[in-house]
Design a binder for this molecule. Structure first.
Ligand SMILES: Nc1ncnc2c1ncn2[C@@H]1O[C@H](COP(=O)(O)OP(=O)(O)OP(=O)(O)O)[C@@H](O)[C@H]1O
Length: 625
């Protein structure tokens, strides 16, 4: 079985990441900070600078409070110079305490301003960062192969990464806040250390149980969220088919509403129960661990009170120490929890950054050869074999044929015969597993995928119905000329889309699809004409139409093909169709079965041969008689 490239081994047999992997995940924090910096160096520097100032504020306020208390104690022992404040003021006794009060007021006011400024900077930075990550994610996804999008595993990874792009905003403030708290702790601890060094040791000891608990529950929550990615995607999917314009018709007619709701409910309930179990465990243990920390705080407090009673500490010292200790206690708890949370979040960051590590496999060689323009000889499949990643069976095997320059080739065959797969190989959306495909003798693998795509006009049977204007729906066929009205007009005329557009109330400016306000939906055949116009936007060397006329009525089909023949004259073209009225117009027809060629020839030759083609043709013709 072919494996998916870039797949990582599962973390451990039971699925939980090892200690080393968790440590490894912390690396991502560096990457995150770089990404934040890239988003806006100015705002990042502002956020860090403001936090640095804010970090020093608590010790300054506590120390001012200590000075005030000691001054009050001193003043309460001084003989009163008179009954009123004025008497005290005139005697010059209040100068010092007034200064201290002003100092503390100033500190508190500045802190408030800094707090708000930090909040503002962080919220702007978060939004910018989240946009930046989304843009990087889209840019990276655009580089990946079709294979990645056709694989459930990669879709899970993309979904996890997408969740992280929006979900990690809080991490930014948390990370910077953590640094701020650590500086505050250092300053407070230094103050405390001067008075009672061993108290500092008591603090971390009281938090070890908390750290253990948090790390454990974080890992549990992450693992559940990871295991549940496929189910979450299924939930999204159910939500989508249960309530969307595309699906409403069928869901209503088949009466699938309650079926979908029941399925959604069952899935959601499973996830809910698991999350609830972890939340209950986390909070129960959290309460126990918090009680241990509180006990430690009161033990220390009792000690300081005792030292004050015995006269070793002043009342101001008591205020300072108990204040410091209380804040330290709170901060330690916050920092330790912060660390475990950040470590937890960094597991999720792995989801984001590991997506960026997925590399495309259909690559341009170092020195790509140009796609021949025009094609002079033709395209050759030489013993081509192909199987999709993660599957065992060959979809195509030992396939050899030539598509001569200027020839229109039709591929026919039953469902699953491999027709669309041949087109994917021809467009180098996949590389063959065996053999090679050449254009004028040059292997497709020696050309850059982008260059190949620029020379192709391809419309797949599941083409996109863009919820854009009619103009953009055609213009996207050649985005660099997306505003070239003359070109769009010509493409629309060649594909018969011009008639569709003339009937739209706003013409080319008409919003199509039902997704947005004033959007106008088209019939299947009308959409198809618009899609064909898209492929005509290019001066394509090779035109590939996969079921181009499936939704067209008989008259439109005949007309589209008459134009196609005119347009494709001199151009190489491949058409896939189940309609023999379409197929018979091709210069040559390949009949495929199980990824191999069963018969080849013109319509007349194949009918005369009385083989599979003739049989299928008869079947269809009989249906019309
Ligand atoms: N992304 C994929 N991963 C795995 N198998 C795939 C993938 N795409 C197609 N297949 C399988 O490859 C085989 C050929 O599919 P393909 O789409 O080429 O058939 P087709 O001839 O175009 O069929 P149809 O006439 O129904 O459009 C099928 O058996 C299909 O199940």
């Amino acid at each position: 079985m072919t494996d998916l490239p870039g797949r990582r081994p599962p973390p451990t047999p039971d699925g939980a990441p090892t200690f080393r992997q968790r440590l490894d995940n912390l690396r991502h924090l560096g990457r995150l900070i770089q990404q934040i910096w890239r988003t806006s160096p100015g705002l990042t520097a502002a956020s860090i600078g403001l936090r640095l100032i804010a970090a020093l504020q608590p010790i300054a306020v506590l120390y001012a409070a200590k000075l005030i208390v000691d001054e009050v104690v001193y003043l309460s022992g001084v003989a009163a110079p008179g009954p009123g404040v004025i008497d005290w003021w005139e005697a010059g006794l209040l100068n010092t305490i007034a200064l201290y009060l002003l100092l503390e007021l100033g500190l508190v006011l500045v802190n408030d301003v800094i707090g708000r400024a930090t909040g503002l900077v962080d919220s702007i930075l978060s939004e910018l960062h989240s946009n930046q990550v989304s843009v990087e994610l889209m840019a990276h996804a655009a580089r990946l192969d079709l294979m990645h999008f056709e694989s459930a595993e990669y879709q899970d990874r993309l979904e996890r990464a997408r969740r992280q792009a929006a979900g990690r905003n809080a991490l930014l403030s948390q990370l910077f806040g953590q640094a701020q708290d650590m500086i505050t702790v250092l300053t407070l601890a230094a103050g405390l250390f001067v008075y009672a060094p061993w108290l500092i040791l008591l603090l971390p000891l009281s938090f070890i149980p908390s750290i253990w608990g948090e790390t454990r529950f974080n890992t549990m929550a992450y693992m559940v969220s990871r295991w549940r990615t496929p189910e979450r995607r299924e939930l999204e999917y159910l939500r989508y088919i249960g309530a969307s314009a595309e699906t409403a018709k069928e869901i209503k007619l088949f009466g699938l509403g309650s079926f979908l709701i029941e399925r959604f409910r069952r899935l959601a309930q499973g996830i809910f129960l698991e999350n609830r179990r972890i939340a209950i465990l986390r909070n129960s243990w959290g309460a126990v661990f918090a009680a241990i920390a509180t006990l430690a705080y009161y033990a220390a407090y009792a000690f300081i009170v005792w030292r004050t009673v015995t006269g070793e500490f002043t009342i101001g010292d008591l205020a300072f120490l108990s204040g410091s200790f209380l804040r330290l206690n709170g901060l330690f708890q916050k920092i330790l929890l912060g660390f475990t949370q950040i470590a937890g979040q960094s597991m999720y960051l792995d989801d984001l950054f590991s997506f960026f590590e997925i590399e495309p496999t259909v690559l341009a060689p170092a020195q790509p050869k140009p796609f021949p323009s025009p094609i002079r000889q033709g395209i050759r499949f030489e013993n081509v074999g192909f199987r999709y990643p993660e599957t065992d069976g060959w979809v195509i095997r030992n396939l050899s044929f030539t598509l001569a320059a200027g020839e229109t080739l039709a591929l026919v065959g039953e469902n699953g015969a491999g027709k669309t797969t041949i087109v994917k190989l021809l467009a180098r959306l996949y590389d063959p597993s065996e053999g090679r495909i050449t254009v004028d003798g040059t292997d497709l693998r020696d050309m850059a995928p982008g260059d190949i795509h620029a020379h192709l006009g391809v419309i797949f049977q599941d083409f996109i119905r863009y919820s854009f204007t009619a103009r953009d729906n055609i213009g996207v066929g050649r985005i660099e000329d997306g505003a070239d009205q003359a070109r769009i007009d010509l493409a629309a005329e060649q594909s018969l889309a011009d008639g569709v557009i003339r009937r739209l109330p706003r013409g080319y400016d008409q919003q199509l699809g039902r997704l947005f306000k004033q959007g106008r939906d088209l019939s299947g055949g009308e959409w198809q004409k618009i899609a064909i116009a898209r492929s005509y936007m290019r001066d394509a060397e090779l035109i590939i139409l996969d079921e181009p006329t499936a939704a067209l009525d008989a008259k439109a089909e005949a007309e589209v093909f008459a134009r196609f023949k005119g347009l494709a004259s001199g151009k190489t073209a491949v058409i896939i169709s189940h309609r023999f009225s379409t197929v018979r117009m091709a210069d040559r027809i390949l009949v495929l079965e199980h990824g191999a060629i069963l018969e080849a020839g013109t319509h007349e030759e194949l009918v005369a041969r009385q083989g599979r083609y003739a049989e299928l043709f008869e079947l269809q013709a009989a249906g019309y008689r």
